[in-house]
Design a protein. Sequence first.
Length: 410
Amino acid sequence: MKVHIFAAALAASVAFSGAARATDLEVTHWWTSGGEAAAVAEFAKAFDATGNHWVDGAIAGGGDTARPIMISRITGGDPMGATQFNHGRQAEELVQAGLMRDLTDVAEKEHWKDVIRPASLLTECTVDGKVYCVPINIHSWQWLWLSNKAFEDAGVPVPKNWDEFVAAAPALEKAGKIPLAVGRQSWQTSGAFNVLMVAIGGKDIYKKVYADKDAKVAAGPEIAKVFKAADDARKMAAKSNVQDWNQATNLVITGAAGGQIMGDWAQGEFQVAKQVAGKDYTCLPGLGVNAIISTDGDSFYFPKLSDPEKSKAQEVLASIMLSPKTQVAFNLKKGSLPVRGDVDTNAANDCMKKGLDILAKGNTVPSTNQMMTEDSNTQINDLFAEFFANPSMTPEAAQKRFADIIASAQ
Ligand code: GAL
């Protein structure tokens, strides 16, 4: 009996004194690798410093596993406080269903329109003039990460572009290395293919295929060259039998593999391993062929909640995620670029500086998540998982299926 009276008295005094009660807010995301965990901890730390409490809802298995879980919780009436999606169209149906919280007040109060760049990141969060998400970083798929040790062990120079990398594969194999590390989850194989498309086919071809859904181009000679390169890539990756992307990055970190085509979230792993860009590893934007970056990356969405305290805490979190201090702290550990142009990036390493430079020149392409529906992307993921796993599937047969998918893509 006595304890209850004390607790009630305390609650009353807190409420009366107006002191903000620590509000628990569950945040779901798929950041479980060493580098990802180090980065997301910066958000948790900043949010907890506001007197609220970040309840971490990490989901293992990558985005393809996490997103269906997030969506079914929101549509099933068990929403979290905030959740990660990639920039683009993944949360389109949730917003259209009226399940997501409108952040326009926060966005206007904090002038997001003036600080977020490229502006397209905020446009993608905006439906019928209302803002439904906070973009938090710019990640680019367009990177080749190379192990300086692997090439030293193989007695060949570190390549400066894709063709030199392919030419170095026999020497790497002779030295017992896996030339190309690829995780076998489907999104990683299609991601590698798309990077080859931008590097070898070029920006326009890439946009013709994915933005214009031009099946003729997808079936054409330019894309045939990309399938030839993908054929080289799958041969170089034949002995790469890991699943997760960060396991493949670890093969590069340890020098067991020569290189990996992966988004710059890989940087977080090199940092956790205390490896230095330029000294221990080499990074080639656009595979050293075409210095282009894609505007992939992440935004946070906030499901509608009935609890007013949690709704207030959602606003605090959205604001914290975009604050200059948190933007720098998070992105430096994540390996991504801040979405604000007004922050100090002097602490960025050589690779991030290359990315910032390309971004400043505007040499960017949209991500496939920004151009295609999740369903069309999943079909392409499945095709490339099969192509990389089954050497008897010819590049010509794979290209035919690819063109068919593009013909019906949304
Ligand atoms: C991407 C996400 C990145 C990254 C990666 C691997 O979808 O945008 O932030 O961490 O998945 O998990």
